[in-house]
Ligand binder design. Structure first.
Ligand code: MN
Ligand code: MN
Length: 290
């Protein structure tokens, strides 16, 4: 059950309207790293989780993300408030209004002109929100890793947004939202590590002979570190195909009828190594047929 509380999760004080900034903030409203995507991601994961503690955490964080969606959407609305009234009532000189919406090359027509000043379910470039932003697969050891990465990306987008505004109130609200994403990342990392045997994900065991191999697939300038160190890996310099010791060929068993059809097709489309056919490209370039 959801009940709406009228107060925001965090107090927001926007200094002055700024349609261009409003548009940039849409990235965290309806963008891939945004709050709606985060809320839907954790809400759907939580509904299907069999672990009571993890289910509770996912639904807590999903609900907090909805509170963040409310904050960022409210800030977008505040930043558009001036333009909203002016556009709706048409009181400004047209050129003045046009200039205020497109000042500094921003795309604020998306929020202010097309959506009347309200937050739109788009990213900052006007691309509609899509459930394809969410990559849940229904296995906690995989989903928690994806959640950790999603929180890392959200944190970075907030950091970039903080860097493009000098409005202290907006900066303050964004810093709160950014900090909460870092806190979520920590919770997800703890939840992942609280699952025993979380690596590799899933139930099937990996094939032992390939798990600790590092294949150096290029020549020159190899850099060695813990990710390929002798301590952690069997470092294979210049690996030869096939690494399983076989001849590296591929084969499939076909019925006699399938074999005959494949052979017929191969013969029909066989290329000739004889001759030198004249091409349209050569004719176009003025080459004469001999
Ligand atoms: Mn959030
Ligand atoms: Mn988060």
């Amino acid at each position: 059950m959801f009940r709406h509380v009228k107060q925001l999760q965090y107090t927001v004080r926007v200094s002055e309207p700024n349609p261009g900034l409003a548009n940039l903030l849409l990235e965290q409203f309806g963008g891939p790293q945004g709050e709606l995507a985060a809320a839907c991601r954790y809400f759907t994961q939580g509904l299907s989780d069999e672990d009571a503690g993890r289910k509770d955490m996912l639904l807590d964080i999903a609900t907090e993300e909805l509170s963040h969606l409310e904050i960022i959407g409210t800030v977008v609305g505040m930043l558009n408030k001036g333009a909203k009234g002016e556009l709706a009532e048409g009181t400004e000189n047209e050129a003045e209004m046009y200039r205020s919406l497109t000042a500094n090359g921003n795309d604020s027509h998306i929020t202010s002109l097309l959506y009347g000043g309200g937050p739109s379910l788009t990213n900052s470039a006007g691309v509609p929100w899509t459930a394809a932003y969410i990559d849940t697969i229904g296995e906690p050891t995989a989903d928690l890793r994806s959640n950790i990465a999603a929180e890392a990306r959200a944190k970075i987008i907030y950091e970039r947004l903080i860097n493009v505004t000098d409005d202290p109130g907006v900066k303050d609200a964004l810093a709160f939202l950014m900090t909460r994403e870092a806190a979520h990342q920590l919770s997800f990392e703890k939840a992942l590590q609280s699952i025993r045997n979380n690596y590799p994900p899933g139930k099937l065991p990996p094939i032992i002979q390939y798990t600790d191999k590092y294949y150096s697939m290029s020549e020159g300038g190899e850099v060695r570190g813990s990710w390929n160190s002798d301590k952690n890996f069997d470092y294979i310099d210049n690996p030869q195909p096939a690494v399983d010791g076989g001849d590296g060929s591929a084969s499939v068993k076909l019925t006699p009828k399938q074999q005959a059809l494949v052979k017929a097709m191969a013969e029909r489309t066989q290329s000739s190594t004889e001759g030198n056919p004249l091409t349209g490209a050569e004719l176009g370039a003025g080459k004469k047929k001999v």
